[in-house]
Write a protein that binds this ligand. Structure first.
Ligand SMILES: Cc1cc2nc3c(=O)[nH]c(=O)nc-3n(C[C@H](O)[C@H](O)[C@H](O)COP(=O)(O)OP(=O)(O)OC[C@H]3O[C@@H](n4cnc5c(N)ncnc54)[C@H](O)[C@@H]3O)c2cc1C
Length: 433
């Protein structure tokens, strides 16, 4: 059966699809695959834009291995089976009075797929989802089951939280949660120059700050989310307002604009100048995950680089100068987020406070020139591409961008000497196993 990812940018036809329903079954399947000399990919929800999850021969479908295994309400640590989606995890955490500290834009990913590529949200004092992991249980290539944490096999823990699926199959993930909390959201269009001038201050003053810049326009859509205690008054958006703002304006409206632009590229630039002005300001508050997560109804392709925080202005200035010169226009906004430095070896924020710049294009519209130019600009400041988003870098370049790249490869060699967990994509980004 053919597999393809959410964006339609990667396809594979695995020879065998295994559907284990326990750690023991994962171990048995992996052991058999290694013995046979085949290669296997664990599959998440297919929301990576690259072929990182594409199986060359065997695929592991973990949709039958979901749910919470145990919850410790003293420490707020929750152990979850690896095929669980963030959506289901958030719902289960609600029941326990717990929450994830930070989340990205959507919740369709599995917890293991999300951490394996370094999925992140925004917040100058917060790290990506992998920084919220307290322990992992993994099945290694020989079928052995091991656990790791900051105290137990620390090297494996440094490597496996953002492990690209290259070290083993994650069977359970222990998440360090916190008591449920409310987020107050303020979203409004603001002049881009004003947002850039105040960027450091806004990122410092708000728990979760980000903005979307619409190419060709002078306005940015700015989002400020701030944490409140659970007993704070909640003012969620009404269903009607949600429908009008998110479904009609952001999904139906954006889709219409993109489709028109794909059919008639000439209209993109003039329409792009006014599109941000059409977005209305809104303020609301709700349980954290309902504010972090939005619905993305329009398909797009994406590339994202993490750059040192202090380089953000230079990179954006070059991007802004380049976009008007592109042969083909861009219909989708550029998203800018921030994260605190962390110690995970292949985390895009390893060792440095980071700004994330994500560029997008509507599916079916030319993106090569745009993405290549962006990669060159981000490369000048040592930008690190998101492991789940489009880029062309290989191991020789990535090694120069990650101080612990070779430490990761050492652990990989120990866990998977024969390359059972490799695929064509990993052969490029990590080098042959
Ligand atoms: C609409 C959209 C919005 C997005 N928003 C964000 C965002 O806000 N922030 C952000 O950082 N990223 C974002 N992403 C990217 C996305 O979060 C990542 O690509 C993520 O890895 C996808 O998770 P998945 O479950 O679909 O995993 P997949 O894409 O299926 O797999 C990703 C990797 O995880 C590995 N893997 C999966 N399960 C296991 C396991 N049990 N053991 C070992 N390895 C495993 C796979 O082998 C593969 O290498 C977005 C993507 C889309 C399409």
């Amino acid at each position: 059966m053919t597999w393809s990812n959410w964006a339609g940018t990667a396809n594979a036809t695995p020879l065998r699809v295994h559907r284990p329903r326990s750690t023991a079954e994962i171990a048995e399947v992996v052991h058999g695959i290694t013995e046979a000399g085949h290669r296997v990919r664990a599959q998440g929800s297919g929301h990576s834009f690259t072929a990182i999850a594409a199986a060359d021969s065997d695929a592991l479908d973990l949709t039958g291995w979901t749910g919470i295994e145990r919850a410790d309400l003293e420490t707020n640590r929750v152990t979850v089976r690896s095929g669980t989606t963030l959506r289901d995890l958030n719902a289960a955490l609600d029941q326990l009075g717990l929450a994830m500290t930070n989340l990205g834009d959507i919740d369709a990913q599995t917890i293991s797929g999300a951490i394996s590529t370094g999925t992140h949200g925004t917040g100058a004092r917060f790290g990506g989802i992998a920084t919220q992991i307290a322990a992992l249980e993994l099945v290694l290539a020989d079928g052995s089951v091991v656990t790791c944490s900051a105290d137990e096999r620390p090297d494996l823990f440094h490597a496996a939280r953002v492990g690209l699926g290259a070290l083993g199959v994650i069977s359970t993930v222990t998440v360090q949660c916190e008591p449920s909390f409310v987020l107050s959201a303020q979203e409004r269009p603001e002049p881009l120059e004003q947002v850039l001038d105040g960027f450091d201050e806004f990122a410092a003053d708000n728990d979760h700050f980000e903005f979307y810049w619409f190419p060709y326009g002078s306005k940015a859509l700015v989002k400020r989310n701030n944490r409140l205690p659970l007993d704070a008054e909640r003012k969620p958006l009404s269903r009607l307002r949600q429908f009008v703002d998110y479904e009609l304006t952001e999904n139906v409206g954006l889709s219409a604009y993109c489709r028109l632009g794909r059919a008639m590229p000439k209209v993109v630039r003039p329409l792009g100048r006014v599109v941000a002005n059409l977005l209305s300001a809104r303020e609301y508050s709700d349980l954290s995950h309902r504010v972090f997560v939005t619905h993305r109804g329009v398909r797009f392709v994406e590339s994202e680089y993490a750059v040192p925080r202090e380089s953000l202005h230079d990179v954006l200035a070059e991007l802004r100068a380049f976009v008007p010169r592109l042969q083909n226009p861009v219909t989708f906004p550029v998203e800018v987020r921030v994260a605190a430095a962390d110690d995970i070896w292949l985390s895009t924020a390893n060792g440095r406070d980071s700004a994330y710049i994500a560029i997008h294009q509507f599916v079916g519209m030319p993106y090569r020139e745009y993405f290549d130019a962006f990669a060159a600009i981000a490369g000048q400041v040592g930008g690190r591409p998101h492991w789940g988003k489009m880029h062309d870098l290989d191991a020789s370049v990535l090694r120069t961008r990650y101080p612990h790249f070779d430490d990761f490869l050492r652990v990989r060699k120990e866990c998977d000497p024969a390359g059972t967990f490799a695929n064509t994509h990993l052969d490029r980004v990590l080098g042959p196993a």
